[in-house]
Write a protein that binds this ligand. Structure first.
Ligand code: ADP
Ligand code: MG
Length: 330
């Protein structure tokens, strides 16, 4: 069946039926606005992301379930980066009238499964016909006890720079797809089905372990620079300390340009945060508890937002940040 046969209201009803309600939801899908209550003493955190066909994804490189998963995961990652708890989701969806309902169902399954895994309820959205490309707009709301959320602006000289997981896998998979090569399954999964580090972010905030935090969507260097500029400090990354997966090492061995994807590639959706030196042991213990690798990659220094890299020989280079800019990388 095609979307044009089901119609806008048929699709909204389908979405409503697939969406379990959530705690704190007084009115969800079906009214003019969602009505929600947050736990007492919590602040509301809201983030939104656009995904546009042929800019953010290609329908011939992904499947609809993975697309739904990723649309939600990248938003969860923004809430994780604040150290907050994700709670409510809004989905804006525009696709052509001849879209197959099976594709829509797969997309919704991917999105709703990922939301449910984090106890996040879909409570509203908007639906319309697109003249061509798919457009997906996801808004997420989360909450955190007052004064607990972690911004980009709290890093202080002496803090250690830490990162979860491994870097560059997603960007390497994308690069290989672009070149017509088949990335191995582990790299592809990192690209198509990223994992938001929600639990890690929340625990870091609850225990006050991180002073500044961001999720890595535009590459380690570019996102670290956001922290440095917001916090008015400098940062030095140690190239030898960058956490690389075995699959990434294999595929980039002898290819220094590809190796650089660990610094400049995007879409890792790992957390990058700064920790006062006397709290590093607690962060390491948290990593063990959550079965996540957490690696120290550098240090914060007094300064004014500049980033540099210490290479294998100990030489320090000012870094040319090449994070993704939508208007500069057409
Ligand atoms: P309005 O005309 O006020 O925009 P709609 O007919 O677009 O209302 O939406 C009706 C209800 O369905 C609203 O509660 C809206 O939030 C919800 N809704 C519409 N599209 C979606 C969607 N893609 N996902 C989730 N909820 C949706
Ligand atoms: Mg509407």
């Amino acid at each position: 069946m095609k979307l044009s046969e089901l119609g806008e209201f048929g699709l909204i009803e389908l979405i409503r039926q697939k969406s379990p309600t959530g705690s704190g939801v007084h009115r969800g899908i079906g009214d003019d606005a969602a009505e929600i209550s947050l736990p007492a003493g919590h602040h509301l955190l809201t983030s939104t992301d656009l995904l546009i066909e042929d800019v953010h994804f290609r329908r011939d490189w992904t499947d609809y379930q993975a697309l739904g998963h990723k649309a939600v995961a990248v938003n969860l990652s923004d809430i994780a980066a604040m150290g907050a708890t994700p709670r409510y989701l809004y989905l804006g969806l525009a696709c052509p009238g001849d879209t197959d309902l099976d594709d829509i169902n797969m997309f919704l399954n991917g999105a709703l499964d990922e939301a449910a895994r984090h106890n996040v309820a879909l409570v509203g959205g908007d639906t319309c016909r697109s003249p061509g490309p798919w457009l997906i707009s996801v808004t997420i709301e989360g909450s955190a006890p007052a004064n607990q959320a972690i911004g980009r602006d709290g890093a202080q000289a002496g803090d250690l720079i830490m990162v979860s997981g491994s870097l560059g896998d997603s960007a390497l998979a994308l690069q290989m797809l672009r070149e017509g090569q088949a990335p191995d399954a582990e790299l592809l999964a990192r690209h198509h089905r990223p994992t938001a580090q929600v639990e890690l972010g929340r625990r870091l905030a609850e225990r006050g372990l991180a002073r500044a935090m961001i999720d890595i969507s535009d590459g380690l260097a570019g996102d670290l620079e956001h922290i440095l500029q917001a916090s008015r400090v400098d940062g030095v990354i140690d190239e030898e300390l960058l956490p690389l997966s075995a699959a990434f090492r294999r595929a980039t061995d002898g290819h220094p340009t590809l190796r650089q994807l660990a610094l400049y590639g995007g879409e890792d959706y790992e957390l990058l945060f700064t920790v006062p030196p006397d709290r590093v042991a607690e962060v390491s213990a948290l990593g063990v508890q959550l079965q996540l690798s957490i690696t120290r990659v550098g240090i914060i220094q007094e300064g004014s937002g500049r980033l540099s890299l210490r290479d294998g020989t100990g030489a320090i280079h000012a870094l040319q940040v090449r994070g993704y800019d939508h208007f500069c990388h057409a």
